[in-house]
Design a protein around this ligand. Structure first.
Ligand SMILES: Nc1ncnc2c1ncn2[C@@H]1O[C@H](COP(=O)(O)OP(=O)(O)OP(=O)(O)O)[C@@H](O)[C@H]1O
Ligand SMILES: [Mg+2]
Length: 506
């Protein structure tokens, strides 16, 4: 029986097994060659018909149909009383009988109600719980490709982890348990096939803080959902480890002497920082709380940068700088609402027909509204996730190029946006200063100053990030080179292997 590390990330997830000597990365996405990671997004979809609407909706529709039959009955009765001759009276009498029959035929009424509801219903109207209960699941690239090809057939949950600490009703929490349970079960299955043994234990990475404002309450909820999801997936034992601490365990294996490390993990959803005493003599020890000097973390990851880049670089081409006839600017909230891929209520509101009408009305009172039409297309065709994804691609490309041309042809043919590194830098300024405040918070909480620095997570590949943190803050500290994507999960796998070797149930 094996124990694995699972880095359940906001953007990407990974599974690694450590056998005491080396790491084995589990291949999770058959559509991506030579890659250990898988996109964390899930596409829940329907190949054919949508599921039967819930009983309460059907009953409400039945009552509506019955009200309409009642009105027709009243008219038919009136016709009967006003009839000029017995023949005409007979026609109304038959009509009254037929309507009474329809009024009381419950099964037929229900069938008709379901038909009517399905005719008007789209996937977007289904609750998350209904989707999870009755939809099909597609993970990783397959899911994202399906979403791009047939967005109307399902719903893309861009990043389930992002919602775990948010204020969720019980039914929504259960929907996330079901959804993540399926994902973890798929990971477990891949691991069991590739390792050739049962996998019963997992150490799952966790951010220091799951949510921006809900503190321990948000953390508690998120861990609860993950724990239930792991149980649903069939894991017997699961424990959680802060992501930067896991990354530190990985790097500890390469050290020759004791040191104090500042680990900065900047991922897609959160930035997590830890200051920790590392010691090559302690690599086998399971309980290291005493060595963790301080941690800090915030919901402040790459997705925030992507959204900021949309606002700075793309929104100006979607009508952001236009003024209306009254001299006021087009509402700036249009653009923040458009980007709200991690805020289901906000995004759902953005996709409503009323919101589209609002944009169309603004267009009618805006001088030269041509560019605003692009925003309307994004709204009508529900392209928010694609726009944020395009900004992510632009940001990543600008890690190795000075300038790029970003094609946005899914919005309008030949619509390209030029973005250079300066513009990206400007869009990242306030984000960077928040990351630096978080580093200060961690240092203030630590009884010892770091002797080495480690920057990890996908965002550590950005030269802008490296310059701001390393060159400008800690140039005098040695930098521990590491793998931006794998360090956290390899550390989690090390912890999992320690757990399984001592047989501790945590
Ligand atoms: N070459 C690159 N340059 C800049 N950013 C990059 C690069 N490659 C990936 N990223 C960014 O890194 C982020 C993903 O990092 P990572 O895979 O570490 O996140 P995660 O583990 O899924 O998220 P989290 O740890 O916050 O839950 C994304 O925002 C992605 O755009
Ligand atoms: Mg991560």
């Amino acid at each position: 029986m094996a124990a694995i590390g699972i880095d359940y990330g906001t953007s990407n997830s990974e599974v690694v097994f450590f056998n005491g000597e080396g790491h084995q990365h589990i291949k999770l996405d058959p559509h991506v060659e030579n890659s250990n990671k898988i996109r964390s997004s899930i596409f829940i979809y329907y190949e054919d018909d949508l599921p039967t609407p819930p009983a309460s909706m059907v009953e409400a529709k039945v009552s509506q149909i019955q009200r309409s039959i009642s009105e027709q009955l009243d008219k038919a009765k009136q016709g009967y009383y006003d009839a000029q001759d017995p023949k005409e009276q007979e026609v109304f009498s038959q009509r009254i009988d037929s309507l009474r029959g329809q009024f009381h035929d419950k099964p037929a009424l229900q069938r008709r109600a379901i038909q009517l509801l399905l005719k008007d219903m789209t996937v977007q109207e289904l609750s998350l719980q209904q989707l999870v209960e009755s939809g099909k699941f597609a993970f990783g690239e397959e899911g994202f490709r399906r979403f791009l090809k047939t967005p109307e057939k399902g719903r893309l949950i861009y990043s389930p982890k992002n919602f775990l600490g948010a204020s969720l009703e019980e039914s929504q929490q259960q929907a996330f348990v079901g959804m993540i349970g399926k994902q973890l079960s798929y990971f477990k299955q891949c691991a069991e096939q590739q390792l050739g043994q049962r996998v019963t234990t997992a150490v799952i990475g966790r951010p220091v803080r799951f949510h921006g404002t809900r503190g321990e309450e948000g953390n508690h909820q998120a861990i609860n959902i993950m724990r239930q999801a792991a149980a649903l997936a069939g894991f017997d034992d699961v424990s959680f480890l802060e992501e930067p601490i896991a990354a530190a365990y990985k790097i500890e294996q390469t050290l020759e002497q004791q040191t104090t490390a500042l680990v900065v993990d900047i991922g897609g959803g959160t930035t997590d920082i830890g200051c920790i005493n590392l010691d090559p003599l302690k690599v086998q020890e399971l309980e290291r709380r005493i060595d963790v000097l301080s941690v800090s973390g915030k919901r402040l990851g790459g997705m925030e940068c992507d959204k900021n880049l949309v606002i700075k670089a793309i929104a100006p081409h979607l009508g952001q700088n236009l003024t209306m006839q009254n001299g006021l600017p087009v509402p700036p909230t249009y653009f923040s609402d458009m980007c709200a891929v991690d805020d289901i209520p906000k995004l759902t509101r953005f996709f409503t027909p009323e919101y589209g009408l609002d944009i169309a009305q603004t267009m009618s009172i805006t001088k030269n509204p041509k560019t605003l039409e692009r925003l309307l297309i994004i709204q009508e065709e529900k392209l928010s996730a694609r726009v944020v994804n395009s900004a992510r691609m632009a940001k990543e490309l600008l890690s190795s190029k000075e300038s790029i041309t970003l094609p946005l042809h899914y919005i309008e043919p030949d619509f390209d946006v030029a973005i250079d590194i300066d513009l990206l830098h400007r869009s990242m300024r306030s984000w960077l200063s928040k990351v630096i405040s978080l580093i200060d918070e961690c240092l203030e909480g630590s009884s010892k100053m770091p002797e080495v620095l480690m920057i990890t997570g996908g965002m550590s590949l950005s030269p802008i990030v490296r310059k701001a943190i390393y060159a400008e803050l800690f140039a005098e500290l040695p930098l521990l080179e590491n793998d931006a994507f794998n360090s956290v999960c390899e550390g989690l796998a090390i912890q999992a292997s320690k757990l399984s070797s001592v047989g501790v149930k945590s």
